[in-house]
Design a protein around this ligand. Structure first.
Ligand code: SF4
Length: 374
């Protein structure tokens, strides 16, 4: 596998880019405040071959937990920031990399510009020897860009690339070079096109590849192969994550799938053709510390199993684990469900249908599908 020569960046004990072997990553789905379980998961994933393990933090409580987790594992740690960008100050001393999503920087402190927020994050990264990932996601695009281009109907691919370029250019002005970029979507073809174009525009920036919400097995691995293998075969990609909807005790399967992809590319056995939705497509998140109820993975599995009779029907059902990303990530699906603590929200073609208990939600979803009026 001959990779394009991107800039090399260090993340803890490993190097990304510059022709180094592709680093496989994963993420914890335990509650971050549960120090013991989270640290154990980090170590298990590192032992299975994860070069970097990502952890979500949403509160000071999580940040405090991270300090303890750091003491219990030698995994290279990355932290996933959401709206509360200021938390970066508390977590950076305990991690090796900071991931921020340009689309999430607009919600907290709307009076502060995104540039000032990024400046703050970069300064903290610099002070704490951390790398950064600009993580652009199709389901949570920068709301300012969406508003700006609403009337001219610019495609999401263009907006994702624009957002990544805009942030990269701004970070360049701060003379910070230790960053990589990811442009993810749940659609493999979108991942291929957007990463190819970004790589042409900024060939020196290391790329983190992945299909977001690739979902349950076996489709989760098939979609990831369909996107990542052709890119790696073109020499594009320096690190990757295969996001699978699996329970905590099976998280290693993300690493196994990552190794499979690398092996396939090395042997020239690249996924052929394109992955196109011709049948039922269940998009489900891999869950993370933000998941609102541990029943999420079981719920996704139930929806998968109970929709097998219509598996050839062209329909998209999105199943998300939390209310932070659930409402946005289900926007483009025919049906979307996202977990709350005690109940599950249901949406049909962007319109809220209601909130149902964990027992009611699957029958309700099937009832609406069976009505067929969508
Ligand atoms: S949708 Fe929520 S629970 Fe699922 S991976 Fe994203 S942030 Fe985590």
């Amino acid at each position: 596998m001959i990779l394009k020569k991107t800039r090399m960046i260090r993340v803890g004990s490993i190097l990304i880019g510059g022709g180094e072997p592709v680093a496989i990553q994963s993420m914890t789905a335990t509650k971050t405040a549960d120090v013991k379980s989270t640290a154990e998961t980090c170590q298990r994933l590192a032992d299975a071959g994860a070069s970097i393990v990502r952890i979500a933090v949403d509160s000071k409580h999580d940040a405090d937990a991270l300090r303890e987790i750091r003491k219990l594992t030698n995994a290279n740690l990355s932290v996933d920031l959401q709206e509360n960008y200021k938390l970066v100050e508390l977590v950076a001393p305990h991690v090796d990399k900071i991931r921020y999503n340009p689309g999430h920087l607009h919600h907290a402190e709307p009076q502060t510009s995104w540039r000032d927020k990024v400046k703050f994050i970069v300064q903290v990264a610099q002070d704490n020897d951390c790398a950064i990932r600009i993580g652009v996601n199709c389901g949570s695009l920068d709301p300012n860009l969406l508003r700006e281009f609403e009337s001219v109907k610019v495609k999401n691919i263009d907006l994702m690339i624009r957002s990544a370029i805009e942030h990269a250019e701004f970070i360049d002005t701060l003379n910070f070079t230790r960053y990589c970029v990811s442009i993810k979507s749940s659609d493999p073809e979108t991942v291929i096109v957007s990463n190819r174009r970004f790589s042409e525009l900024r060939p020196e920036i290391p790329l983190h590849l992945g299909v977001t919400e690739a979902g349950l097995l076996p489709e989760g691995v098939i979609k990831s192969r369909a996107a990542i293998e052709p890119l790696l075969a073109d020499g594009i990609g320096d690190t990757m994550r295969v996001s699978l909807t699996v329970p905590n005790n099976r998280k290693e399967e993300e690493i196994i799938a990552g190794k499979l992809i690398l092996d396939n590319v090395k042997k020239g056995e690249i996924f052929s053709g394109t992955w196109k939705q011709s049948a039922l497509n269940i998009v489900s998140c891999p869950s993370c510390a933000r998941v609102e109820n541990d029943r999420f993975v079981t719920l996704a599995e139930q929806i998968y199993a109970q929709t097998r009779p219509i598996k050839d029907y062209p329909l998209t059902i999105a199943v998300m684990g939390c209310r932070v990303n659930g409402p946005g990530e289900t926007d483009n699906a025919d049906f979307g469900v996202w977990c709350g603590i005690k109940s599950v929200n249901l949406k049909q073609k962007g319109t809220i249908i209601g909130t149902f208990s964990y027992e009611e939600i699957v029958p309700k979803l099937l009832e609406l599908i069976n009505k067929g009026n969508f």
